[in-house]
Design a protein. Structure first.
Length: 79
């Protein structure tokens, strides 16, 4: 399952909103028969990378584009 777009306003980031949304999405995807969930982000979004790693995702690929901070990072998690 490819998770295309997700974001939480900075004021709500310490309230576990992203975690709740991700848990719900993963449960839904699993019920639909998906075995993995993956998404892409950019190297500049450190909080998203940290969130993903803390929640069981692994970096599976990256694509060099422009400056180092613009590199694309692909992360995946087995459901």
């Amino acid at each position: 399952f490819y998770s295309w777009l997700g974001a939480v306003l900075p004021v709500y980031r310490k309230e576990q909103v992203a975690k709740q949304l991700a848990d719900y999405q993963e449960q839904w995807a699993k019920e639909q028969g998906y075995t993995h969930v993956y998404f892409r982000t950019r190297n500049r979004f450190k909080s998203m990378l940290i969130f993903a790693l803390k929640n069981g995702f692994s970096i599976t690929d990256f694509e060099q584009r422009g400056e180092l901070l613009d590199y694309r990072v692909t992360l995946e998690k087995e459901l």
